[in-house]
Design a binder for this molecule. Sequence first.
Ligand code: FPP
Ligand code: MG
Ligand code: MG
Length: 378
Amino acid sequence: AKGDLPVVDPLRMMAKEMKFLTGNIRKLLGSGHPSLDRAAKYYTRAEGKHVRPLIVLLMARATSQCPKMPQLLQATQQASSAIDTPLSPLSILSDFNPSAGAENEAASSTDSDILPSQRRLAEITELIHTASLLHDDVIDHSVSRRGSPSANLEFGNKMAVLAGDFLLGRASVALARLRHAEVVELLATVIANLVEGEFMQLKNTARDEANPRWSEEALTYYLQKTYLKTASLISKSCRASALLGGADAQTVEAAYLYGKNLGLAFQLVDDMLDYTRSAHELGKPAGADLELGLATAPLLFAWKTMPELGALVGRKFEKDGDVARARDLVMQSDGIEQTRALAEDYVQQAIAAISSFPDSEAKDGLVEMAVKTLQRQK
Ligand code: FPP
Ligand code: MG
Ligand code: MG
């Protein structure tokens, strides 16, 4: 309606860019080995939400009008045209068809304010995310993802792990071809951070105790883990997007802070939905975190007022009835509301981080992505 805030739909705004995303990703994943080819591309069939590439593209466009770093520095960091050359056969099995990209000309050469290197970064970000899902579903013994059987269920653990490794390998090749050392370093750090986050998650608290008492430290540990496991990828790819566009240091830092706060909010909401939604609604198992022995934000907040949760945390909800009891206590507490409030806080910080960007549709899109993070149901 007239007078209302303009309604921005980030996905529609980027429709032209997003249209080729899955196709381009599948092209990066081609292997001459039929079953590797199938396993590697498996999670690219059922369309994911593509949150990360969408944010990378919005950030590319939103920072295109921001101040640039000095020309001299930019020249030394410039991404090369190597990104568009087809991957050379990396092994006798890697079937890379050099002409396969031809029909996608529109996706790689447009007038737009988004550079080919930034578009490729969006694809790399999704590749790393998808690799982490392949590994995660093995670690979590998950049987479904995006409403279909998980890759580990479909192909077995060995193939699922190897497929994830293959994705990381191909993501690395594509990354190297950006010829931008700082961006390579950022995304390589993300891969290490994902593993560090997953390792931290193997323990609920910094110290291993049978009956831990609540302390602020448990929350700090959880947030650090959450940064590594989720926010690192989003924040560092936002930073990389701004860098590839030649943005100045202040803009690059703002992009990073947007991604960091959005990533933290995103995982807090994820951990909340694990308590509040059904498996049917999520397209993946619900209530899974307690089953996996994980104490996430809703429980950590509940624990503050319900000390009896300490013993359950200490034994990772392993005793019969622990999961149900912990769940009941969390639902009786204000843990869910506190988790939502903290997520809201991060969303506000994400929006504040980019407030100095010049007004643009893409900036509105980034704000909308932050707002939507709180509203999502799956
Ligand atoms: C999903 O979390 C998983 C992650 C965000 C990261 C997982 C990271 C690894 C398995 C480390 C190794 C990976 C790589 C690529 C080196 P979740 O289990 O809370 O979410 P879910 O409910 O969607 O399964
Ligand atoms: Mg999982
Ligand atoms: Mg997991």
